[in-house]
Design a protein around this ligand. Structure first.
Ligand SMILES: Cc1cc2nc3c(=O)[nH]c(=O)nc-3n(C[C@H](O)[C@H](O)[C@H](O)COP(=O)(O)O)c2cc1C
Length: 415
């Protein structure tokens, strides 16, 4: 190996502290970095996050989205790095949620009459949030405005993931400002996906989809179709890093697979909790049955895994087994919490399996079977439930394993 073949990571000089980051000539990232964020309405954000705002310097100086209120000063400092904030002429609000709008009341103090462009749902929601009648300008899907030599075109993306969401597209720059679409919760000084390890960025994008976007996959399909008509070489989401030409195909194809609930037929996820480890024994036996049939099986104990991480793993698993012992004629609270979360996020096209150990009534198993299989609940196609009284013995485990292997083979043949 020659010296020049050795790559030393992070040996580039970086000076980004509180400064605007140039994305293209006249287009800047002026967002903020929330290094400490670890829990975002119940979603565990191990890597923190960013709230991205974008400044375009044109005849009309434009700011797209803003930030959580407590980080307003950081955004202001980045804007001031480029221009006096009072020179902003146009505000685009792609989403009402306060991680992107929380800075508005402070911003409006600098810009009392500035036009805010958003859709009808956005105006309604902003009024409900801030109780102010600011200079709102309603846009509809397909509308565009001229801000000088650049155009900003709007695509409303209702329920991806709130009724007020919209995308803004700049054809002259080929930039899509996608708000929560294509976002990831990553706090970093790197601004581009290509600057971070690809696996980490994709995993966080997947986690974001699993926990925020998944219930709206039907709408995502439509949005992908519409946005597919645009020529895009940069996607600027409202969280995390920016996608450039190198990795746009990868994130678009991942969104396609996630929106269409395309799972790996040979991946099984075995999710459980246990009091005295009998249900855990069943979980390991179920895992062994899947492995014997050539599956990648993943065991998830809900005592040690957060439900927002479990959801990421659910995305590409075809088979989802959920286990709980019977506790007080019901299931363990950790499993109940997970199943309610799962139902809300509505993954589709899965095959489910309920399992558990019990002492006398054994109610947990039919409860799990119903919560996974009922069309009004998760609506999964179900395998036969697996249940054992108290502690399973070797003979029972062997029988459970071979019975499950037979069912797996039958399902695969039928697919
Ligand atoms: C506090 C408590 C409450 C229980 N309630 C029930 C019950 O209502 N019905 C039942 O069938 N078994 C009940 N059991 C028995 C367990 O389901 C049984 O011990 C089972 O084997 C535990 O499985 P595990 O080892 O996976 O925790 C209860 C056990 C405990 C400790």
């Amino acid at each position: 190996m020659n010296d020049e073949d050795i790559v030393i990571p992070h040996k580039k000089k970086m000076d980004r502290a509180m400064k605007a980051i140039k994305l293209k000539e006249g287009v800047y990232w002026v967002g903020v970095i929330d290094w400490d964020l670890r829990n975002f309405h119940g979603y565990i954000t191990q890597r923190g996050s960013t709230y991205n705002a974008y400044l375009i310097i044109d005849e009309k100086v434009t700011l797209i989205d803003n930030v959580k209120s407590f980080l307003f000063e950081e955004m202001l400092s980045r804007i001031s790095d480029i221009i006096d904030p009072s020179k902003i002429d146009v505000l685009i609000q792609n989403h009402t949620e306060m991680d992107h709008s929380g800075g508005l009341p402070e911003l409006i103090k600098y810009l009392p009459d500035t036009a805010i462009y958003t859709n009808a749902n956005g105006i309604k929601a902003l009024k409900r949030h801030f109780k102010q009648d600011w200079n709102f300008n309603e846009i509809k899907s397909g509308d565009s405005i001229k801000i000088g030599k650049r155009t900003l075109a709007f695509l409303t993306t209702p329920m991806v993931h709130w009724p007020d969401n919209q995308f803004t597209y700049c054809p002259e720059e080929k930039i899509l400002f996608s708000n929560d679409g294509f976002g990831q919760h990553i706090a970093s000084n790197e601004r581009f996906a290509k600057e971070l390890p690809a696996g980490i960025v994709m995993e966080e994008a997947k986690k974001y989809y699993a926990n925020i976007v998944l219930p709206y996959s039907k709408q995502v399909k439509k949005v992908l179709e519409e946005a597919g008509k645009w020529d895009i070489n940069m996607i600027c989401p409202s969280h995390g890093v920016i996608w450039t030409a190198e990795n746009i195909p990868e994130i678009l194809s991942a969104y396609h697979n996630w929106a269409y609930n395309i799972a790996d037929d040979y991946k099984a996820l075995i999710i459980y909790d246990t009091m005295w480890k009998s249900t855990q024994k069943l979980a390991y036996t179920i895992s062994a049955a899947f492995e014997a049939e050539g599956f990648r099986a993943q065991l998830v104990n809900l005592q040690t895994n957060h439900i927002s991480d479990v959801m990421t793993a659910v995305m590409d698993a075809k088979f989802i087994a959920v286990g709980s012992p019977t506790l007080n004629s019901s299931i363990l609270p950790t499993v109940a919490a997970f199943l309610y979360y799962l139902k809300g996020l509505s993954p589709r096209n899965k095959i489910g399996l309920a399992f558990g150990s019990y002492g006398w009534g054994g109610q947990s198993i039919p409860i799990l079977h119903q919560l996974l299989g009922d069309p009004k609940e998760c609506g999964f196609a179900m395998l036969e439930p697996v249940q054992v009284q108290y502690i399973p013995d070797e003979e029972e485990l062997t029988r459970i394993k071979s019975n499950l292997q037979r069912q797996i083979r039958e399902k695969l043949n039928a697919m």
